[in-house]
Design a protein around this ligand. Structure first.
Ligand SMILES: [Zn+2]
Ligand SMILES: [Zn+2]
Length: 223
């Protein structure tokens, strides 16, 4: 992000080596597509309802996504929140701001985990995030991060492995174990192998949700 002019021309490029630009990981499970974004079912879901919000253009992470996309991102998040509220539990959003990313293309994980039970008073987070501007500001000044947002607040964490493992084990794991009968964290390969029925169920419910007219099209008919 040091050179903004580069970033914007890179952003226009469709990266032939990127699984998200090429849609190879989710070609069969796109839930929604707009001129700017995709909502897809994750191909290796942690739980039923695990979906991703992905900008169509190639940006490294949301810290590199320009402000023009913010309004639509917020609208899509609200749509996912309504979907989760109706079928699952309140949304927890999660982003690898490059740190621990597996696909190097911005994507926001959406999990129907309910409350996270993260203890704010421990102050393990580095920033409380009020808007995407705060994420961009951190990324420009400090680089990598990871981010977690629940119904009460959005928190940015410094890219430290111990901290990351703590949040996964003590916060995110609570969400997985409360929604499934799993007793341990499954690998990406295992989740991919077992993901078919979860993806099908997510897609089914999403289509029901859209048919009720609860989708986001109404809200953005003026765009
Ligand atoms: Zn890409
Ligand atoms: Zn990811």
């Amino acid at each position: 992000m040091q050179n903004g002019s580069h970033a914007s021309s890179d952003a226009e490029a469709n990266d032939p080596n990127c699984a998200f630009c090429q849609r190879s990981e989710f070609a069969d499970h796109i839930l929604k597509e707009t001129p700017t974004f995709l909502i897809v079912a994750d191909h290796a879901p942690l739980v039923e309802g695990h979906i991703l919000i992905i900008p169509r253009h190639h940006y490294t992470c949301y810290g590199a996504v320009p402000a023009e996309l913010d309004a639509e991102l917020y609208a899509l998040k609200r749509e996912v929140q309504r979907f989760f509220a109706q079928y699952y539990a309140p949304a927890v959003f999660w982003e690898h701001g490059v740190f621990r990313q597996t696909v190097f293309h911005a994507h926001l994980h959406c999990f129907p985990f309910g409350s996270t039970e993260y203890d704010l008073s421990k102050e393990l987070h580095s920033r409380i995030i009020r808007s995407q501007d705060d994420v961009r500001a951190w990324y420009t000044a400090r680089g990598h991060y990871f981010l977690m947002e629940d119904t009460s607040c959005s928190l940015l964490f410094a890219p430290e492995m111990d901290l990351y493992i703590h949040i996964i084990r003590d916060v995110l794991w609570h969400g997985v174990s409360s929604r499934t009968h799993q007793t341990s964290w499954r690998s990406q390969q295992q989740r991919y192998a077992e993901g078919g029925p979860l993806i099908a169920a997510t897609m089914d419910k999403w289509h029901q949700f859209q048919q009720q007219g609860a989708g986001y099209a109404d809200e953005t008919s003026t765009r």
